[in-house]
Design a protein around this ligand. Sequence first.
Ligand code: ZN
Length: 184
Amino acid sequence: MSVTGDYLGMELAIDAFDQENLAYFRHCAAGAFHLQRCTACHLLRYPPTTACPWCSRPDAVWAPVEGRGTVHSYAEVHHAIQPAFKDHLPYLILIVELDTQRGRPGAEDALRLAGNLATAGGELAPPELVAQVGIGSRVRMVFKDVAPGVAIPLWTLDETADQPASPWRCPEPSPASSPGPDNA
Ligand SMILES: [Zn+2]
């Protein structure tokens, strides 16, 4: 059965044939993050898909995975393309490198997930939280319900982790380089 849900007023839909994504988001709704583990080479994969990206074999089992990691990269959005995000500017889109399977199978490989920065309660992060997070920040996964039995994973600052003294953030443009009222 296909599923439709709502996130910030936007309709989300998962087709009935998309068994991998249905299972993925249902695990999130149960508050237990899972990824597919290949039964041939035993590596986890992301995003959910029908074949292993490492050995091309189709068979996999769903395995629990700890939702903790480090911000690998991010984008801070100031002009919403989706109207639904307009009331939440600025917001962060994070690429988070999971602790699990980091550096495997190759030294540069890792499971890297995209997701918004949120509060511990799963709401999009307010500006003061957005300003604290950058590359190197330690984050943990939280879930936002979008339909019965379906939730999406988001990220919030990991309160239990040692945080870098100053996570890398894109430098702000200097005041001289932006037009003000006097030189507009
Ligand atoms: Zn495999």
